[in-house]
Design a protein around this ligand. Structure first.
Ligand code: SAH
Length: 202
């Protein structure tokens, strides 16, 4: 059980706070970094990638406003941590990772932590998962140069896409709701993610 030391600042959604307390982050970080598992920091997981900062995971989950019955797509599996938190908040989770070794890592971590029901796919997540679409919510854990149109089109009506948008260095978390008038966009906190690499990425 994670200690209360997780620094979630302005996150107030009770379901998100409970999910963050439930998922054992130490099972998603490399053994030698376990003592830092509850630091409010991104940590290296191999292949030049990182497990996201807990605060950002909580912000993304809160922005998705999940109630429990949704089908969610998680883009950028990495360690599998965010997918595990999403599995606590929704009914079904598909996650996609472009680096096969990390998809394997995510699969192993998710199984070890008791989230074997999460489906891990290998591929370019900027193309989404057409065979599993539509989704009630899509979380992207890597920075996109612009709003990913294909992912938007794989949302259900009123579905939500949360994605860091901007250049290398710093980005802005965008919360995009699919609506009949087109994307309704709210800009949330500043953030710093690894780049989304792919057809509709960098
Ligand atoms: N959600 C992860 C964060 C991993 S960092 C966690 O909780 O640990 C972002 C991940 O996105 C990296 O593993 C990177 O390889 C992956 N990624 C980058 N571009 C991608 C793309 N187009 N499709 C799928 N995964 C991508």
């Amino acid at each position: 059980m994670p200690p209360e030391s997780l620094d979630l600042r302005d996150v107030s959604d009770a379901r998100v706070l409970a999910a963050m307390e439930t998922v054992p982050r130490e099972l998603f970080v490399p053994d030698q970094l376990r003592e830092h598992a509850y630091d409010d920091a991104a940590l290296p997981i191999g292949s030049g990638q990182t497990i996201s900062q807990p605060y950002m995971v909580a912000k993304i989950c809160e922005a998705l406003a999940l109630r429990g019955d949704e089908h969610v797509l998680d883009v950028g599996s990495g360690s599998g941590y965010q997918a595990a938190v999403l599995a606590e908040l929704a009914a079904e989770v598909d996650t996609i990772e472009r680096i096969p070794e990390l998809a394997e890592l995510a699969r192993a971590n998710l199984a070890a932590a008791g989230y074997a029901g999460v489906r891990v796919h290998v591929g370019d997540g900027t193309r989404g998962l057409p065979d599993q679409a539509p989704f009630d919510a899509i979380a992207v854990a890597a920075a996109a140069p612009r709003r990913p149109q294909t992912l938007y089109e794989q949302l259900e009506p009123r579905g939500r896409l949360v994605v860091p948008v901007g250049r290398f260095g710093t980005q802005r978390l965008e919360v995009i709701v699919r609506s009949p008038e087109g994307p309704a966009v709210r800009r949330s906190v500043a953030c710093r993610f690894v780049p989304l690499v792919g057809e509709e990425g960098f």
